[in-house]
Design a protein. Structure first.
Length: 114
């Protein structure tokens, strides 16, 4: 589903954003807590953008022009933004081993039958 090359590229990108987040933010010298809240806010914002694209995709929007101009790539881009925002949030709260956390969670889900 995701090639090792793409995972490496994603990891490098996340590291770059994470290391430079204080410089990238408008607010000068944000605290660690503010960075966490900023990452959470970005995640929520991106989920809202996915919701908007899904409404266009399913033709459940109210604006005919927006529904007619729907592009699948826009939905894909917003879903990837959610993935990136989620991973940045995980990093900001101190996930030390994302690989282990993913394996642990999948095992829990398997034990629950899904």
């Amino acid at each position: 589903m995701i090639s090792p090359e793409t995972l490496k590229y994603l990891s490098e990108y996340l590291e770059h954003i994470s290391q430079n987040s204080k410089q990238l933010m408008v607010k000068e010298n944000p605290t660690d807590e503010e960075l966490i809240l900023g990452n959470l806010s970005c995640l929520i914002e991106e989920v809202g953008e996915v919701s908007s694209e899904v409404r266009k995709y399913t033709k459940m929007g109210f604006n005919h022009k927006k529904v007619e101009n729907f592009k699948k790539q826009d939905l894909e881009d917003e879903i990837i933004d959610v993935l990136i925002s989620n991973l940045l949030l995980a990093k900001s709260v101190g996930f030390s081993d994302l690989d282990e956390a993913i394996k642990r969670k999948i095992q829990k889900n398997n034990e629950r039958g899904y």
